[in-house]
Ligand binder design. Structure first.
Ligand code: GTP
Length: 395
């Protein structure tokens, strides 16, 4: 934390990688790389039981950590100097993503002992930074045009530009009111849909011209989206909203998590970009499909998995590495993590099965979330909506 608070000294040149520096350079902007702080220190309570053993940023989307998709998008835009503002699970994230070189970015880790919220993270990491930097929620998937947002920000000489996404129902989000020039005039947190000033919400991507918080904010919890931003708007400061009309998903809930995978495997949104997807819509990454198995895309099956004769997998579905789908079993609309076993004649529909889960033969599950290492007994069900107790840590 101390090193980060010294204003980012110690950043090395970003590693060379396909696409690095792309959008910013293409637009003729002066910067070739930019800094970002990614907020990854939440507890992920809404994603329990999945997050009891896997931090939210590492839950798999297309068999890759959720965060790797956002990092890939930032790398393509030339945002490669990235501080991950984490908390208790920071070490686990560091073990998985390392220094970021494999993803074409340079990662550093700044872990909070107690949660400091977005305000604390910004104040401690960005103190002394004198160039524009991003702050981004580490649980989103988006194809927002980062280079266009930078150009928008610079053209308006904004102090702060907030990426916005339009949603049907803004009642669970921070909503903005904008004037004709896209300056944000005020914020409303989680308004009833009928009284919302717009359907444009804070998409969790913020470009700061400079840190707007003093050092005192580095030691206490605050959420800038609920405190600083409304205060700046009330003062008439130059805060602008950049309207993004493409893909944006906040992977906060189990429903959103399953959707992230279903969209990604179907090619909706940016996630398939890094995988070489065949025209057939099946990507079988070294998996074994026995003769007599029936597959319907879109489908991803990880290396070492076996789809036995007589099994049926109907896409959209994502199956991890080293899974076994037994004869006569049927999978659809589901996400299976690595090491899952679905035994003969079991049915799995609309489910998320975490690492090493087992569904016993002839069991039937709909819309269920099965935690790591758990076993659904043979012939169980039909059962729907199973979750383990969200307050309990399974052994
Ligand atoms: P829930 O507990 O289900 O609400 O999830 P969450 O803890 O991830 O909270 P939320 O979805 O509101 O967080 C948005 C992003 O900010 C996520 O990427 C979190 O990891 C991150 N985040 C939330 N709180 C903190 C915090 O206190 N410090 C830091 N550094 N990051 C945070």
């Amino acid at each position: 934390m101390e090193e980060a608070a010294r204003g980012g000294r110690g950043w090395r040149r970003p590693p060379a990688a396909a696409g690095g520096g792309g959008a910013a350079k293409r637009r003729g902007l002066t910067m070739t790389s930019m800094r970002a702080i990614l907020l990854v220190g939440g507890e992920g309570t809404r994603l329990r039981p999945l997050t009891f053993k896997t931090p939210k940023q590492l839950v798999p989307v297309l068999n890759r950590p959720l965060l790797s998709h956002l990092l890939g998008h930032l790398r393509e835009a030339g945002v490669t100097e990235i501080a991950l503002a984490g908390a208790a699970a920071g070490d686990v994230i560091e073990e998985a993503l390392g220094d970021g070189r494999a993803l074409g970015v340079e990662l550093r880790y700044v872990n909070e002992e107690t949660p400091l919220g977005s305000g604390g993270a910004i104040a401690s990491i960005a103190a002394g930074w004198d160039a524009p930097f991003f702050v981004i929620n580490g649980d989103i998937i988006t194809d927002l045009d980062i280079g266009a947002l930078i150009a928008f920000h610079e053209a308006r000489e904004a102090e702060l530009t907030i990426g916005l996404s339009e949603v049907e129902d803004p009642s669970e989000f921070g909503v903005v009111a904008l004037d004709d020039a896209d300056r944000i005039t005020h914020f409303v947190e989680k308004p009833p849909a009928a009284s919302a000033p717009s359907r444009w919400i804070n998409a969790g991507i913020w470009l700061f011209a400079r840190p707007l918080l003093g050092a005192e904010a580095a030691t206490s919890f605050s959420r800038v989206e609920e405190t600083l931003f409304p205060a700046l708007a009330a003062e008439g400061r130059s805060i602008y909203g950049f309207r993004h009309e493409g893909y944006w998903l906040d992977v906060g809930s189990v429903a959103a998590y399953r959707r992230a995978n279903m969209d990604a495997v179907a090619g909706v949104g940016p996630c398939r970009r890094d995988l070489e997807w065949p025209l057939s819509d099946f990507l079988l990454m070294g998996a074994t499909v026995e003769p007599g198995a029936h597959l319907e895309g879109p489908l991803l099956v990880g290396a070492g998995s076996v789809i036995e004769a007589g099994a049926v997998v109907r896409g959209p579905a994502v199956i991890g590495r080293d899974c076994v789908i037994g004869g006569g079993a049927e999978i659809r609309d589901s996400v299976l993590w690595d090491g899952v076993r679905v035994e003969a004649a079991a049915r799995v529909d609309g489910c998320v099965l975490a690492k090493d889960a087992v569904v016993g033969s002839a069991a039937s599950l709909t819309d269920a979330v099965i935690p790591h290492n758990s076993t659904v007994p043979a012939a169980a069900g039909p059962a729907s909506g199973i979750r383990s107790d969200p307050g309990r840590r399974d052994p």
